[in-house]
Write a protein of this length. Structure first.
Length: 368
């Protein structure tokens, strides 16, 4: 096992935010969360996939809900309530351990993102457990069924849920993962748009072949690449695209950005006017928590499951989608989806048609 330094953790979270495709939670909040835990003396440990005992019990802690801000009235109501002393994800894993009558050996991040990867790291450190170098998404994803565990028929239940107020519950069984999604989203809406969840509890022997391997190291390497580019005065989008199977597809200025919170998701559009070699062109991106579909000059371009990513040029950092503002200068690049997301079954649940758009998924390398 590898002991992670604070710089390692920051690089992991930067990399996770970059492949978070506009979602996955706030990088700034994620760093704030893990820094507090690190500075209190907790150890962060990364376990390689070949180090895990076959009978090790593994869980996946994360935050579920909208990443958009609360309304003024909602924020006022939330601020007036007493909060729990532990994070909602830590409470959720303890509730699930109590229900199962057994402690977890370690955790996996449910996705790669500045907030949810931080949540998994924080839970692991706080409870003295390792985070495992694998996850079921290889990016950030909007729905619970957007998971390689779902693709491999691994049960999502029992699930532990908790919110920042300390309210907690167990979902012992669901008809299917779509019902789990609906129940978790309703709980998030009732919890000021965010609920801590731990799901897919299982033994390593049953989970190991249903995960994408080495994804925390993947984030670490992407984060280091981006940090080095920034330190040397380069736009990291080009370095990351070159080294990690990606393509820069657009540069320009955001001319219109709109979003709304609806049913526990953040939906929105970002319109970008081309600059430099893209002058006179236009790119539109639609998102449901994460960037899902893009149109270049009115024609469908990159779509999920490939990951569409936006770098804010002035800050050289990834854009969390509700933070998009008119006038921002951005670079857009796309990373190829992991092979696990390019099967017919995977595209059926994570291609454009899943989101209600009558269009086929085309691999980014076949478009550019």
């Amino acid at each position: 096992m590898k002991r992670l330094t604070k710089q390692d953790i920051h690089d992991i979270l930067l990399g996770a935010a970059i492949v978070g495709t506009g979602g996955g939670g706030s990088l700034d909040e994620g760093i704030k969360l893990v820094d507090k835990t690190y500075d209190e003396g907790y150890k962060f440990t990364l376990a390689e996939v070949n180090e895990i005992p076959e009978d090790a019990l593994i869980g996946s802690p994360y935050s579920c809900g909208s990443i958009g801000n609360l309304s003024h009235e909602q924020q006022k109501a939330y601020d007036a309530l007493a909060k729990a002393n532990e994070t909602k994800e830590v409470i959720a894993i303890k509730v699930l351990e109590e229900y199962l009558g057994k402690e977890f050996y370690g955790v996996i991040a449910t996705e790669l993102g500045g907030g949810n990867t931080a949540a998994a790291l924080n839970v692991a450190a706080r409870l003295g457990k390792p985070i495992i170098d694998a996850d079921p998404a290889g990016r950030s994803v909007p729905c619970l069924q957007h998971s390689t565990l779902y693709l491999n028929n691994i049960s999502i239940t029992p699930m532990g849920l908790a919110n920042a107020l300390g309210d907690s519950m167990i979902i012992s069984n669901v008809a299917n993962d779509e019902r789990a999604e609906a129940l978790a989203r309703y709980a998030a809406v009732a919890s000021f748009n965010s609920i801590g969840v731990v799901d897919h509890p299982g033994y390593w022997k049953d989970l190991k072949n249903a995960l994408i391997k080495n994804t925390i190291t993947y984030c670490l390497n992407i984060g280091r690449t981006a940090r080095t580019a920034s330190e040397e005065g380069r736009n990291y989008a080009y370095d990351v695209a070159e080294k990690f199977n990606g393509y820069v597809i657009f540069e320009g200025e955001i001319t219109n950005a709109d979003w709304e919170n609806r049913n526990g998701f953040t939906f929105g559009n970002i319109n970008i006017k081309g600059e430099n070699e893209y002058k006179g062109q236009h790119l539109k991106i639609w998102y449901q928590n994460e960037y899902i579909i893009s149109w270049k000059n009115g024609e469908v371009f990159a779509t999920a499951p490939d990951s569409i990513n936006i770098c804010i040029k002035d800050e050289n950092k990834p854009l969390l989608n509700p933070s998009a503002k008119n006038g921002m200068k951005v670079t857009v690049f796309v990373l190829k989806a992991f092979d696990e997301w390019r099967t017919d079954k995977a595209i059926e649940i994570f291609g454009p048609r899943f989101f209600g758009y009558d269009m086929d998924y085309r691999k980014i390398e076949d478009i550019v």
